[in-house]
Design a protein around this ligand. Structure first.
Ligand SMILES: [Zn+2]
Length: 347
């Protein structure tokens, strides 16, 4: 087994250690790290060390890489707050069905209304795209914690709702502890946003790759033509001719190798990681909505959100995606509520 470190692990480690205050010099198969004292203690390493080989191997499963991953995923800082509004909407919800939430092929009506509280999260994620150039930035996702539905307007509006932040140690117990679904849905949404933000960057890397590949091909075609023409030179001995022909035969392989190097150079690696979160306990209106589709009837909870002043989107019951267009689809004795895409796939 080779002792060489994976380039991705090296770049992850270099980036993380720099982020944590280390000074890094990268070589192709290892890193020279100068670590601040607390970090060196935390990692149980000397302050100056070569990482990636010898005493500090960086491989999948190596204790050092495990420690680095633990550092990278250490709990993100979270601030907790509360949003209370002086007045919660009392009526007019029926009109919002058909406006904020569209139920297709069905009759919907509000059958109940209660004032309650729900929790929301603003998840702030950092992204880094590494290629021939490096690009980084932040994206934010608003989430209803209970369902994991993305409530994107929330991120623009929460600070206008005058939240009060809870001091450390005085956070009320209303915030759910298990957030896997909300956070994984939020990260998924963040990744999509990152790809939208990076569209121009990805395009420009693709364009540069195409340009360099085209230039490489032209260069090798010209070289091949020139070498062919040179073969007829009268001063060439037979041995020299044989040698040149072998060189000409090798050109396509050499060109393919160069193109492969270019593809590596312009390949874009994107990492998205959560870096902070705000969580809010919010006064809301909890509605019960009856959905009637053909002979089927079903009641579902819907939230009116005072921050966005809209009904929160729902979650597709098949794929978990956030949706505001809901297709009731009969299943056994009831209806499933699906997004556009899943409803088309029902087959
Ligand atoms: Zn779906």
């Amino acid at each position: 087994m080779t002792d060489l470190a994976d380039p991705e692990i090296l770049s992850f480690s270099a980036e993380l250690l720099e982020h944590l205050g280390g000074l890094i010099e990268s070589e192709s198969d290892r890193l020279l790290a100068l670590l601040p004292k607390p970090l060196s203690r935390e990692l149980d390493l000397p302050e100056e060390i070569w990482l990636g080989s010898g005493a500090a191997p960086l491989r999948y499963g190596s204790p050092l890489l495990d420690r680095l991953i633990q550092l990278a995923t250490r709990e993100v800082p979270v601030a907790y707050g509360q949003i209370q509004v002086p007045y919660l909407k009392k009526e007019g919800f029926q009109q919002l069905l058909g406006q904020d939430l569209i139920f297709l092929d069905s009759l919907v009506r509000v059958t109940g209304r209660a004032e309650a509280r729900a929790t929301y999260m603003v998840l702030i994620c950092r992204y880094v795209a590494m290629s021939d150039e490096r690009k980084e930035g932040l994206v934010q996702v608003g989430l209803q914690e209970g369902t994991g539905a993305v409530v994107q307007d929330f991120i623009e509006l929460w600070d206008q709702a005058y939240p009060l932040f809870f001091p450390l140690g005085q956070v009320p117990p209303h915030f759910p502890e298990r957030l896997d679904r909300a956070v994984s849905g939020g990260m998924h949404h963040a990744e999509r946003q990152v790809h939208e933000n990076l569209a121009d960057f990805l395009k420009s890397m693709r364009r540069r790759l195409q340009r360099d590949v085209r230039n490489t091909r032209e260069y090798y075609q010209a070289l091949q033509a020139e070498m062919h023409a040179g073969l007829s030179h009268p001063a060439l001995t037979d041995a020299q001719k044989v040698e040149r022909m072998a060189k000409i035969r090798d050109l396509p392989v050499e060109m393919a190798r160069k193109i492969e190097d270019l593809e590596q150079k312009y390949q874009v690696r994107v990492t998205v990681s959560a870096c902070a979160a705000f969580r809010f306990l919010v006064d809301i209106v909890q509605l019960m909505v009856e959905v009637k589709h053909r002979k089927f009837k079903r009641s579902i909870p819907v939230i009116w959100n005072p921050v966005t002043r809209r009904l929160d989107p729902l979650i597709c019951e098949r794929c978990g995606e956030t949706t505001t267009r809901i297709h009731p689809v009969p299943r056994e004795n009831t209806v499933e509520l699906l997004c556009d895409r899943c409803s088309r796939r029902k087959g």
